[in-house]
Design a protein around this ligand. Structure first.
Ligand code: CU
Length: 168
């Protein structure tokens, strides 16, 4: 059965954006300095069929004056979440675990195919293109940032295409 998800309304995207803002503002009252001023864009998850692990990608921009240190990510939708970097050594593709990702002030870091990615394994529900997955990014100073990731096929499209005759 082909299932079309139509929940990607501007309202739900606005909600996600507001949630991201709220998490920053919520901690602002407790401390004079806001150490995490990271804005996330183009957050998506490359979905692969069967039980192949998915990978999360996004661009993180540090709008603040202090370095942000990303130390982890968590989500209720996957059992295992970790940072990896894909590297090619002498023609062999490898994925290297990354402990933390530094984002210098007024600069950005991109998680992207062939490079940094958030490895997602052991899904706890059926996840398919068109879905959204809430990932919370954790920073070294204890602050966290919830981000909605859009699940897309490996070619970057979000919606399952209707099956056609050009199989195999
Ligand atoms: Cu990986």
């Amino acid at each position: 059965m082909t299932h079309y998800s139509r929940d990607r309304s501007p309202a739900s995207m606005l909600t996600a954006a507001l949630m991201a803002c709220v998490s920053i503002l919520a901690t602002a009252g407790h401390s004079a300095d806001i150490t995490v001023a990271v804005r996330v864009s183009n957050a998506w998850i490359r979905w692969l069929p069967a039980d192949l692990p998915a990978a999360g990608y996004a661009t993180l921009r540090n709008l603040g004056d202090r370095r942000a240190t990303l130390v982890g990510a968590s989500t209720p939708d996957y059992g295992v979440t970790m940072f990896h970097e894909s590297r090619n050594r002498r023609g062999v593709d490898q994925m290297v675990p990354i402990e933390s990702v530094l984002i210098d002030p007024h600069s950005q870091v991109s998680f992207a195919p062939e490079g940094l990615h958030i490895m997602l394994m052991q899904p706890r529900r059926t996840i398919q293109p068109g879905d959204h997955v809430l990932l919370t990014l954790h920073f070294a100073d204890g602050q966290s940032l919830p981000v909605q990731f859009e699940v897309r096929r490996s070619d970057g499209t979000a919606i399952k295409r209707a099956p056609d005759a050009s199989g195999g």
